[in-house]
Design a protein around this ligand. Structure first.
Ligand SMILES: *Cc1c(COP(=O)(O)O)cnc(C)c1O
Length: 406
């Protein structure tokens, strides 16, 4: 008789965005004539830029000709893409990362989810709170979270680093010592950023206690301020303790195309074995590589035209984000984010619970956002909006919110 991985039984019932989708569907069923504006789920809305589309077209042509057809491409990814990433994202910034330390993936979410399997289940995990729910859920599935305590909405073996107004929405070094630390800056959901000196403290701490940092840089492309590191390897010693996970999703609109890259420096080792070699071994067995066509699309984002075109898209989203944050501030809401990230983290008015405010906005402004408590207990009393909508929708949503009696 088979048995199942019972860790799955203790997972939160729904993935957060599935829950929102359900609530929206239910509302639409009851009020089919009402036009909802979605500023909730973190998905881009602009189409792929021309440079990317052209690159894919010619890659498709290549695949259709005998002389240029490509079969299995190798699990680590093509050299042309790893080289341009190493050069443009690292060496140009003075970071000594080689193409061989980069693994091309089908996105950040799968790599973040899979990377934990080369680590022991005994490791203690630290996450920010609120947090991108994936970091917690994957460790619940793997059996690292321990018992769930419903009274406080926390897992006993997970170390939560609360990021609240009091901490300037940044994590503080936890009292319990973690082995695996998940960091994401610019942050989803709060939009907060770490300055270089602040991230350096985490690198120093990880090296001191022998922890690994998983640095999720999904929003790197949205950084506008100086002194905000574009990669964790700008910090001294990061090559001894950090894995960086990159994504083309939010930066170049690849959410439906699927492309990411993960950097594992060869210096990081335990018991004489490098993490790089473990991951390489894992990928060779379990992954057959990202499609050639998509890797060519990724390469095109580094051409002069490609860069210019995706920079325009990011500007467009950031104009929306700015508009949301300034309008809500003017209305008297307390907001953070929206400066180096497409996310705006809004304090709910009158101490409303996050899901109450979700329902209030849905019913009274017909605007869909994301409940802050869905990102963890410390997100209670907050609400996330995104700049990923269209300019027209964003404007309309803000008009509706402005008309509310609150
Ligand atoms: C959107 C998002 C991802 C997902 O990236 P993919 O490359 O599309 O898998 C990863 N991390 C964070 C924090 C995100 O917001």
């Amino acid at each position: 008789m088979f048995t199942i991985n019972e860790n799955y039984l203790s997972l939160p019932h729904n993935y957060l965005f599935a829950e929102i989708r359900q609530k929206v569907e239910d509302y639409k069923k009851t009020y089919p004539q009402i036009e909802l504006i979605q500023l909730g789920i973190g998905d881009v809305t602009l189409p792929l830029v021309p440079a990317v589309v052209e690159a894919m077209k010619s890659a498709v042509e290549e695949m259709g000709r005998k002389e240029t057809f490509k079969g299995y491409g190798g699990s680590q990814g093509y050299g042309f893409l790893r080289n341009v990433i190493a050069e443009s994202d690292y060496r140009k910034r003075g970071c000594d990362i080689s193409a061989d330390e980069i693994f091309i993936s089908d996105g950040a979410k799968s790599d973040i989810s899979n990377l934990q399997e080369i680590f022991s289940v005994e490791n203690k995990v630290a996450v920010c709170n609120p947090v991108y729910p994936v970091y917690t859920d994957i460790n619940i599935m793997a059996g690292r979270a321990g018992q769930y305590d419903p009274r406080v909405n926390r897992w006993r073996n997970i170390i939560y680093m609360d990021c609240t107004k009091e901490t300037n929405f940044l994590p503080e070094i936890p009292k319990r010592v973690p082995d695996m630390i998940y960091l994401c800056f610019p942050n989803n959901p709060t939009g907060a950023v770490m300055k270089k000196e602040e991230l350096q403290e985490w690198v120093d701490y990880a090296n001191q206690v022998g922890a690994i940092i998983f640095f999720d840089s999904a929003y790197e492309g949205y950084i506008s301020e100086k002194n905000v590191p574009h990669t964790i390897y700008e910090c001294e010693g990061a090559k001894m303790c950090a894995i960086e996970v990159r994504s083309f999703s939010k930066k170049a609109g690849f959410t439906g195309l699927r492309l990411g890259a993960t950097v594992i420096p060869k210096e990081i080792r335990r018991k004489g074995v490098t993490l790089h070699s473990l991951w390489k071994r894992r990928q060779e067995t379990k992954y057959n590589g990202t499609s050639y066509i998509v890797q060519k699309a990724g390469e095109a984002t580094y051409t002069k035209e490609g860069r210019r075109q995706i920079a325009e898209q990011i500007k467009y989203y950031m104009r929306n984000a700015k508009k949301i944050s300034t309008t809500l501030s003017t209305l008297g809401y307390t907001v953070v984010g929206g400066e180096n990230s497409p996310y705006i983290w809004v304090k709910t008015p009158y101490h409303m619970k996050s899901w109450d405010f979700f329902t209030y906005l849905l019913e009274n402004a017909n605007v869909v956002g994301t409940s802050g408590s869905g990102f963890g207990a410390a997100g209670e009393g907050y609400f996330r909006l995104t700049g990923f909508g269209s300019e027209e929708d964003t404007k309309k949503a803000l008009e509706r919110i402005s008309a509310l009696p609150l």
